[in-house]
Design a protein around this ligand. Structure first.
Ligand SMILES: Cc1cc2nc3c(=O)[nH]c(=O)nc-3n(C[C@H](O)[C@H](O)[C@H](O)COP(=O)(O)OP(=O)(O)OC[C@H]3O[C@@H](n4cnc5c(N)ncnc54)[C@H](O)[C@@H]3O)c2cc1C
Length: 407
């Protein structure tokens, strides 16, 4: 008989969100994770759909004072190539939203989630790594590296890209690498960012500046790995100037205020996202390059679906993993493929590829309905295309109005 209902492996953003969400459903949850060896200096741009979910979980009020609104997303082609795209500005006001989302330091978000988990009185933490999970017809047995063994009703693998839960369930992965490393830091600047996140597209990858407070922003600068190594050894004064130059002095003078970290870029998709009494969430299921703020936002959608299925299951968890896999596959495949394509189109020297990318950006900038569709789809995936298809159908002569159109 299981002595705890749900086990979550991992206490990163995905693990803590999954623990909080399942505890809010009324389950007892145990989170297994070792102490972090590296402080995460990244920030995460949370899109509006994710913010709504965090609000439902009752953690957003804690996070909001530390978060910065993203009301405009600007793309600037800084490739200096023969064929270049025009600048494109996406404004949240065009789709009647105050902001597309909010940027927040991962450390602040993790602290708030952990506090909220403890506040539920249903989440306990074990400072250990999972070393294996055995899936039985009516429960899962988890083995920890401190010698403890737990029997639980359901397991959530949020233990990152080398997930032990995933390996224990014999789920294979598809992995690939990019010749790119992300350089990450925070900086102060002298000019207002006007709640605008700016993505400069360069031939080595995006150089993205995201608001993080008044006259403060975070940077994700994607470069060739050897260049990224050199950047880390560059004196701060020189680096301040380099960042300012790359930004074409858009935010005035720059002063880096955090340690500079590097994150090698790669991609990974699990062949299955769930199986029997297991669901994978976050980077245990999918890893994408940091483009268009998709990584953790995709993880949030894993957890949203998982709690929806759990709520409907009446405790019948034996095939929940299969349903989860079926329902998550399309979204993950579509996002992973589009981010991969976009990243590779930046790196490509092949003129037709550059032409298609530039044309795509031009069309987005010039055609307002398309731009609005893409913005809505970015913020609440799935909904925008459903709306558009419904409106198209309604506009076609002889089409019957949909019975559930108001829903
Ligand atoms: C430079 C950069 C910028 C990014 N910016 C954004 C952004 O703006 N927006 C966005 O949505 N996403 C962004 N992402 C992606 C986002 O950071 C990740 O999706 C997210 O941090 C992944 O969280 P996770 O909890 O799934 O994995 P992790 O953070 O890797 O957490 C895994 C957890 O599992 C634990 N663990 C490992 N092994 C075991 C084990 N055997 N047993 C138990 N626990 C274990 C670890 O200790 C850790 O706690 C960015 C990524 C990068 C690289």
């Amino acid at each position: 008989m299981p002595d705890t209902t749900i086990a979550v492996a991992g206490s990163g953003l995905a693990g803590l969100t999954a623990a909080l969400a399942t505890a809010r459903l009324g389950f007892d949850v145990v989170v297994l994770a070792p102490n972090q060896t590296r402080q995460d200096k990244r920030t995460t741009a949370m899109l509006a759909g994710s913010v709504d979910f965090l609000r439902q979980l009752g953690v957003w009020d804690e996070v909001e004072p530390m978060a910065s609104a993203l009301s405009t997303m600007r793309i600037i082609d800084a490739t200096n190539r023969l064929i270049r795209a025009p600048q494109v500005d996406f404004r949240s006001s065009e789709i009647d939203l105050p902001a597309f989302g909010y940027n927040i330091a991962n450390s602040a978000m993790t602290d708030a989630l952990r506090k909220a988990c403890i506040g539920t009185g249903r989440v306990s933490f074990i400072n250990a790594s999972a070393i294996g999970a055995t899936f039985h017809p009516d429960h899962v047995t988890i083995a920890c590296d401190n010698g403890e063994e737990l029997d639980v009703s359901f397991a959530i693998g949020a233990d990152g890209r080398n997930s032990v839960f995933r390996q224990s369930a014999a789920i294979d992965v598809r992995e690939w690498t990019y010749p790119q490393t992300a350089i990450v830091c925070d900086f102060e600047h002298t000019l207002d960012h006007h709640d605008t996140s700016t993505e400069f597209h360069t031939p080595t990858g995006p150089f993205t500046v995201v608001p993080l407070g008044k006259l403060r922003s975070s940077l994700v600068w994607v470069e060739k790995p050897e260049f990224a190594e050199r950047i880390c050894a560059t004196p701060l004064e020189t680096l301040n100037r380099m960042v300012e130059d790359r930004m074409q002095s858009l935010l005035g003078k720059v002063k880096i205020t955090s340690p500079v970290q590097t994150w090698p870029l790669s991609g990974m998709t699990a062949r299955r996202f769930g199986k029997s009494r297991l669901a994978l969430a976050g980077e245990a299921a999918h890893v994408v390059p940091p483009i268009g703020a998709q990584g953790f936002n995709l993880g949030i959608r894993d957890i949203e679906l998982l709690v929806e299925l759990m709520e409907k299951s009446n405790g019948a968890f034996s095939a929940l993993g299969e349903t989860f896999h079926r329902r998550r596959s399309a979204d993950i495949a579509m996002r992973t493929a589009s981010i991969d394509l976009f990243n590779r189109s930046l790196l490509s020297d092949f003129i037709p590829v550059q032409l298609v990318r530039s044309l795509g950006l031009y069309t987005m900038g010039a055609v307002s309905p398309l731009r609005r569709l893409i913005m809505r789809e970015g913020v609440t995936p799935g909904l925008a295309f459903q709306h558009a298809t419904r409106r198209l159908r309604q506009a076609m002569p002889g089409t019957q109005p949909e019975r559930n159109a108001a829903r």
